[in-house]
Design a protein around this ligand. Sequence first.
Ligand code: FAD
Length: 464
Amino acid sequence: MIFAAHESCVIVIGAGMTGIGAGYYLGAAGISYTILEANEDLGGVWNTHRWHGVRCDSDFIKYSFSFRPYLSPHCLQSGATIRNYLRDVAQEFSITPQIRFNTRVLKAVFDPAKHRWVVHTDRGTFSAQFLFNGNGYFSEEPYIPVFRDSAKFKGEIIHTSNLDGSRTFEGKKVVLVGSGSTSICCAPELAKTAQSLVLLQRSPSYIYEITNRAGPLILLCQNLYRLGLRAPVRWLRSYLQFRDDVIFVGFRRFPLLARRFFRRHWETTVGEDELRAHFSPSYDPWEQRIAVAIGLKEKLRDGAITIKTAPIERFTGTSIVLTGGDSIDCDVCILATGLNLRFFSFDVYVGDAKIALARINFYKGLLLGGIPNYFHPMGSWHSAWTQRCEPLTRLAVRIMMHMKSRNLAVVSVPRRDIECRPGITPNYVIRTLATIPRLEGTTNLPSIDNIFCTRFRAAAYHFS
Ligand SMILES: Cc1cc2nc3c(=O)[nH]c(=O)nc-3n(C[C@H](O)[C@H](O)[C@H](O)COP(=O)(O)OP(=O)(O)OC[C@H]3O[C@@H](n4cnc5c(N)ncnc54)[C@H](O)[C@@H]3O)c2cc1C
């Protein structure tokens, strides 16, 4: 059965941050839309990730939507706060009624004769002129490495994706495996109740500790916003983005200075040997996302958290043995080993032809080569997602409005073969390097892209 999304001009897939942002801009432009969401609630990763200490590591005044900045004396916000924020936004801008929950998209087919998408779901079929994909970029199944003899382990091994933050590990010897953002957020929370907590990383990593108190400039801009002056928060967001981009480019260009910066950041907390063993990676700063810590230094100083750096050799019944011979007693092993990248959670067809999505060109991080009337905004790797996703959503809406005003039916960009140059190369990118979409038409720096690349120029697209 084909559902009444006939009346909707756009089908949005996913009610995470991207889908909710799309709902706002489509609604503001008077374009009808339906959001199809596989889960029973909105929020995307901020709904599904419930582990201890889950939070963002981008300043939330910048990561929250520009049309509804989140004001707070804290820079970073917990997963629960972000979840509630997204619910409030969806409610306030009448987005919630447009969401069809528990509806998973299985296949999307563009009909070249009718110039419409037919979207097949587990709850029937929907149709619309445009498809706007906000299906996120992480697979639902976490990345779980295989460890030798893990079946012999008598304790519990659990991945953070399956961990509920309300669980306590009182009296347990916990080993937290991983050194990315997840483990750095999770560790101080787990250490509050665990008998002991070992943060076990395979190799050293860069970690930056903050106090999480908003500085005077942020507080001033927020107070002016509360008084009705919107511009200062707008400038602040641009400034914070510019600062992120300068740090990113500066660290990549001057790695020795960047390494010294991290050295100084940690040398007052840990000794020379620990600095070398745990905080001096072989890669340069910002080759991978830098984890932001709150309260980690204090927990390291008072011994509530211990760091170990070595690959796991094998498990025994009661411990984890590291290459090099060290052994860590363990009751619970929590894997913060990350997620797998997955850009498409359903198959895409144009007519009868199934589109090979591997290595597809991703024009400006918005349109995919050879797929008509399809938008898929991609945030930036090194900064807050919304800083690029929101301008791209506005660009998509501008393209739709342009087409409406000229009675055009189809927009596309050509498929091309291009090299893959990811902005950063963490393990989850490396694992999928051969297949991930290839970005083109962007500098990967939102401060610059938002001035030049996300402007609408009709000549850049094929219309018919
Ligand atoms: C723990 C964690 C912390 C993070 N911290 C930051 C941060 O500090 N800064 C930052 O910029 N980014 C951060 N991110 C990245 C985050 O993924 C993005 O910022 C952003 O939230 C992505 O939103 P999204 O809506 O595109 O995707 P998601 O949040 O993944 O939402 C996608 C939605 O689409 C739905 N969906 C998927 N497939 C289908 C289908 N076939 N049919 C129907 N519905 C479907 C899903 O159920 C989900 O609700 C973090 C991610 C995680 C997991």
